[in-house]
Design a protein around this ligand. Structure first.
Ligand SMILES: [Fe+2]
Ligand SMILES: [Fe+2]
Length: 185
């Protein structure tokens, strides 16, 4: 599939703001991939499709996760939006005809990470965090800090940011975020 076609399909699936974020993630992911010697085309496609399931309502996300045989833990049940990564990977495969397992994996783990992230996984995870359209003080600081740092350090800082943010708001923290963070120490 051509990139323009994918963007056209995406624009029917996600909001205008989400599409803007997606294009920011694409550009940032390609830059990070270049700096860290990661396949730039894989980074492009994983970034383009990482949030393709973000516009799906919670009840449908749960239904789709079940259809795709994704393991739905208790936290997913409470916060179904967290399923947009794994469900998005299935949509990338079925609807956008992405067959590359590395791309699909990067889409799947872009929100929670994993203990065994590939360099591509880390590029997408981090790009999602620091793309230029995301604006808040904490992200600004993170964006500055990750410059010149390793991908590992960047992903770890992003996890710590998420943990802090969820604590401040009194929100649930998925244990995978903590496992991902610990695996990088
Ligand atoms: Fe996402
Ligand atoms: Fe995103």
């Amino acid at each position: 599939m051509k990139e323009e076609k994918a963007i056209e399909i995406l624009s029917q699936m996600i909001s205008e703001d989400r599409l803007k974020h997606t294009l920011g993630v694409r550009d940032t992911a390609i830059k990070l991939a270049k700096i860290h010697s990661v396949d730039q085309e894989k980074a492009r496609w994983a970034a383009l499709l990482h949030d393709c399931a973000k516009g799906i309502p919670n009840n449908i996300l749960l239904k789709k996760a079940e259809e795709f045989a994704i393991v739905i833990d208790d936290i997913y049940k409470k916060v179904p939006a967290l399923l947009h990564g794994p469900v998005g990977a299935e949509i990338a495969k079925n609807k956008f005809r992405i067959e590359d397992e590395e791309i699909l994996r990067a889409i799947s783990c872009h929100t929670l990470g994993s203990e065994e992230m590939s360099q591509l996984d880390k590029v997408i995870f981090l790009a999602d965090f620091i793309e230029p359209n995301r604006n808040c003080e904490a992200i600004e600081t993170l964006r500055e800090k990750v410059k010149g740092e390793s991908l590992d350090k960047g992903v770890r800082m992003a996890c710590e940011n998420t943990i802090r943010y969820n604590l401040t708001l009194g929100r649930i923290i998925h244990p995978q975020t903590i496992l991902t963070r610990n695996s990088l120490i």
